[in-house]
Design a protein around this ligand. Structure first.
Ligand code: FAD
Length: 469
């Protein structure tokens, strides 16, 4: 019999449960990708679309090498699936689950419509260690605090062997597949050179980053993960978002290497697993609290006196022209590469929501459009955490000081010099506080700070105190 396998954000052939199950049970499999015309309230942003284009190109190549092809379409997924079922005679459809509210709603609708047509539908988990509904408190409630959540999840994780790439039983080409370019994912204006220079989307690119990280950075991760000038983290976030690699594959590989290493030189992989735990927690929260991409997790913040939306200020922040070096370096790294170091994400978010008192949703939307790893679960958690209104959030009164942070985590200024070329020649004592030398600002064209850090911090704390009363 014939099965359709719908690829979405599981763009890999190894450790792909839906793909493996279909290859094992059917004589013919037809891999399909459908770009929906209507993608709900959070259609993929420009950087994500760029990534998706290149990831699909990689998947096409991998499928071709495996003796199959990828059927590409645009439009309403249910209509297209029904047409493909008719033309192929398929009796079963496979996919791996999505966890965003719009994805869940669409999959539920498609599943019941296809089942009513007499088609079998099998869905699998390819993205998470544990389904969001499998972890619950003693009172059978979702967790709202990370540490007890992790304490519950961690003992359930075993470095189980991932599924190997299955061999393709048989494949049939169906008429009507679009060329990849017709999905219209690439930007019309060529702004993505920095992305292309920074990343290799696809399963092979993910594997390569994992090897580099496991060879080198894992041993020093707990310390170096905070240093934005170093490649101290895995940079696997966009690959994880698009499902080019799974948490299970990462865990297995790190564990395998640890076992093979001499006991005295075995790296501690727990701090890294814990960060993957935050990713699981973000998906747990989004699943159980699906309103949180656009609403405060903590409703007390609904009364918070945000400053009115200030488009000129937002633009300075987006373009990396705030006059605060670490904030600007981060925003320019984001614009150029589609990624930003985690510590710097916290600092630019704190600056926007506290020093500028702009609503966190303005920041979340900009990240959504510019990050190659834009992820509704992780982005919502990150912004609500920094803004102080989230589950298990940083307390609002914790306002990052971007100067102190830069001195502490980029003491030699390598990160600042890399992203702020106009300050590259500044003497070390001025790099973190260039406003102390008016001549330097004039000469370099670097802007004076758009707000005074101490005063704006105090105004944020006053606004918060008003809320607390
Ligand atoms: P590593 O340190 O190598 O961590 C490994 C993996 O663990 C990451 O790839 C990621 O999947 C997960 N992870 C790590 N930290 C976190 C975290 N704090 N929350 C959830 N998962 C985490 N991450 C995204 O993937 N997409 C987003 O849209 C996103 N938006 C963010 C917005 C803000 C304001 C903040 C503060 C953080 C955001 N993060 C987001 C989390 C984090 O910054 C990135 O996951 C991390 O920087 C990715 O780099 P890495 O792969 O080298 O991380």
């Amino acid at each position: 019999s014939t099965a359709l396998v719908l690829f979405r954000r599981d763009l890999r052939l190894a450790d792909n449960p839906a793909w493996s199950a279909a290859c094992a049970a059917h004589a013919r499999v037809i891999p399909v990708f459908i770009q929906p015309e209507d993608d709900g309230a959070w259609p993929a942003g420009a950087a994500s679309r760029w990534w998706l284009h290149h990831s699909l190109a990689a998947l096409e190549r991998d499928l071709h090498d495996a003796g199959a092809g990828l059927h590409l379409r645009r439009g309403e997924p249910l209509d297209i699936l029904r047409a493909l079922i008719t033309s192929s005679g398929a009796d079963t459809v496979y996919w791996n689950r999505l966890y965003e509210p719009a994805g869940i709603a669409r999959d539920t609708r498609i599943k019941s419509a296809l089942q009513a047509d007499g088609i079998a539908v099998h869905s699998h988990n390819a993205a998470l260690w544990c389904e969001p509904w499998q972890i619950a408190t003693g009172q059978d409630q979702p967790y709202k605090v990370f540490t007890p959540y992790w304490r519950k999840l961690r003992p359930r994780l075993h470095a189980a062997a991932p599924l190997p790439r299955p061999s393709v039983p048989g494949w049939r080409e169906l008429p009507g597949s679009l060329p990849l370019a017709a999905l219209d994912l690439l930007p019309r204006i060529a702004w993505a050179d920095g992305l292309a220079a920074s990343w290799q989307p696809g399963e092979a690119g993910a594997r390569e980053l994992l090897e580099i990280f496991a060879d080198d950075a894992i041993g020093d991760y707990a310390h170096a993960r905070d240093l934005p000038a170093r490649h101290g983290t895995s940079r696997l976030s966009p690959h994880l978002h698009f499902g080019e690699i799974s948490p299970r594959q990462i865990h297995f590989e790190l564990d395998r290497r640890g076992r093979a290493a001499d006991a005295t030189r075995r790296p501690d992989i727990e701090p890294y697993l814990r960060e993957l735990g935050w990713r699981e927690f973000a998906h747990h929260l989004l699943y159980h609290f699906p309103h949180t991409p656009t609403a405060n997790f903590n409703p007390r913040f609904d009364a918070f006196p945000w400053a009115p939306a200030d488009h000129a200020a937002l633009e300075r922040w987006q373009r990396g022209r705030t006059g605060i070096p670490l904030v600007d370096a981060g925003m320019r790294e984001l614009w150029h590469t589609g990624w930003m170091h985690n510590r710097v994400r916290m600092i630019v978010a704190s600056f926007l929501t506290k020093n500028l008192r702009q609503h966190w949703q303005h920041g979340a939307r900009w990240f959504w459009d510019t990050l190659v790893d834009a992820d509704l679960a992780n982005n919502t958690l990150g912004w609500q955490w920094v803004a102080g209104c989230g589950a298990d959030a940083a307390p609002y009164f914790r306002v990052f000081n971007p100067v102190t942070q830069a001195k502490r985590f980029d003491p030699e200024g390598h990160y600042l010099r890399r992203w702020l070329p106009e300050l590259a020649q500044a003497p070390p004592e001025l790099l973190h506080e260039p406003w102390n030398d008016a001549a330097l600002l004039k000469r370099s064209g670097y802007p004076a700070p758009m707000v005074e850090l101490g005063q704006s911090r105090q105004q944020a704390l006053d606004a918060y105190a008003a809320l607390a009363r």
